[in-house]
Design a protein. Structure first.
Length: 100
């Protein structure tokens, strides 16, 4: 090969290597930017879900502070009772009979 062909081959090889590095391998490559964008979108979605849950919990907290009916309902869910009330606990039969 003559010197010009070797130079051209070497030049194109270096250019191709730089392009591959920029597109796929470098810290600021398009692939890295794509991955960061995907992660950002997942985090935004997670943030939105957490914001909605936070608002729901704030409303529930306010209801527990101010609404007597909500307080009573929650207390009964935990097995509490008013003074003088009797609580009856029913057990379900499992449907099996003792036939021998």
């Amino acid at each position: 090969m003559n010197r010009k062909k070797v130079f051209n081959l070497f030049f194109y090889l270096i250019v191709a290597t730089i392009i591959v590095y920029i597109l796929f391998l470098g810290p600021f490559s398009f692939y890295q930017k794509y991955q960061v964008k995907q992660r950002y979108e997942r985090l935004q979605e997670n943030y939105s879900e957490l914001e909605e849950e936070n608002e729901r919990l704030k409303k529930e907290n306010e209801a527990l502070k101010n609404d007597e009916k909500v307080i009573e309902k929650k207390a009964r869910e935990f097995g509490m009772q008013k003074a003088g009330e009797e609580i009856f606990i029913f057990q379900e039969e499992d449907g099996k009979s003792d036939k021998n």
